[in-house]
Design a protein around this ligand. Structure first.
Ligand SMILES: NC(=O)c1ccc[n+]([C@@H]2O[C@H](COP(=O)([O-])OP(=O)(O)OC[C@H]3O[C@@H](n4cnc5c(N)ncnc54)[C@H](OP(=O)(O)O)[C@@H]3O)[C@@H](O)[C@H]2O)c1
Length: 264
């Protein structure tokens, strides 16, 4: 059985960062959680460390439409009453200007942040609708609203997420399924490491001299959206570090240089 009548929350991208913290917080709040990502070892550790015992690791790539659908079709009975979908899996690659960008990186971001989100939604939205109640939270980004040098394709994928969230909400009107979009600013997760192809030093330099958001800050915003009474739909939450001055401009002298190679 699900932990209680809240049902099951599916969290994509639960192997690190926001998704990991969202999975932990929702399980503490009484949801059974399907934790979905590609790295099996991370998901296993997440499930084993959770004191509620209500986190189910599901290894899947959101870009693989058929494999993903199979994994979600084969959920054990206790994890089938899905009431919450957190579309969080996503990534950025590269930080240079568009004119010197890599089409492979653009494709990976589009396939993950746009098509991946649609693939998960394709499988789960009909289930939420037939349940007659539920909540979708899509993780956007302030990059969708405020341009910064080198943001280009990543920012555009997140603009898609913002607009899709508004349209999802309209399409789901009257079904009992609510839709929110949470748009964080700079947060310290593995996001920058992925963006810089595993260059930890370069990723860490991004946060020097500022206090970034934590994954917990974002998880709390997501959980707040989901825990509003049924008659309240939170459309959009935008949150950023107090030190962040929109885009990637920071308090003090930090700016983004034109070549996009460093931000210190
Ligand atoms: N950190 C920030 O500053 C920031 C700000 C605004 C928005 N965001 C957004 O927040 C979301 C979470 O990012 P994060 O900061 O928590 O970064 P993160 O620590 O790198 O986490 C990203 C998660 O997405 C998963 N993922 C990536 N590609 C996937 C795929 N093809 N299939 C399944 N899962 C996949 C990763 O798992 P596997 O690698 O194990 O598959 C990982 O669990 C992303 O959508 C990101 O764009 C981040």
């Amino acid at each position: 059985m699900a932990q209680d009548e809240r049902g099951v929350a599916v969290v994509s991208g639960a192997s690190s960062g926001f998704g990991e913290r969202i999975a932990q917080l929702l399980s503490r709040q009484g949801y059974s959680v399907v934790a979905l990502a590609r790295r099996a070892d991370r998901l296993k550790a997440l499930a084993e460390q959770d004191s509620t015992g209500a986190i189910l690791p599901v290894v899947a790539d959101v870009r693989d439409r058929e494999g993903l659908a199979r994994a979600l079709d084969e959920l054990p009975p206790d994890f089938r009453d899905i009431s919450v979908l957190i579309n969080n899996a996503g990534l950025s690659r590269g930080f240079g200007p568009l004119q010197s960008g890599s089409p492979e990186s653009w494709r990976e971001m589009i396939d993950t942040n746009i098509s991946g989100l649609l693939n998960v939604s394709e499988v789960l939205l009909p289930r939420l609708v037939s349940r007659g109640s539920g909540h979708v939270v899509n993780i956007g980004s302030i990059a969708a609203n405020y341009p910064y040098m080198g943001g280009n394709v990543y920012a555009a994928t997140k603009a898609f997420v913002h607009q899709l969230s508004l349209n999802m909400r309209v399409d789901l009107q009257g079904t009992g399924v609510r839709v929110s979009c949470v748009a964080p600013g700079m947060a310290k997760t593995e996001f920058a490491q992925v963006r810089f192809d595993g260059d930890v030093e370069r990723a860490d330099a991004l946060y020097e001299g500022i206090q970034p958001l934590t994954a917990d800050d974002v998880a709390e915003a997501v959980a707040w959206c989901v825990s509003r009474p049924a008659h309240v739909n939170i459309n959009m939450i935008e949150l950023m570090p107090s030190d962040q001055n929109f885009g990637l401009g920071f308090a003090g002298s930090r700016t983004t240089p034109a070549d996009g190679t460093d931000v210190t």
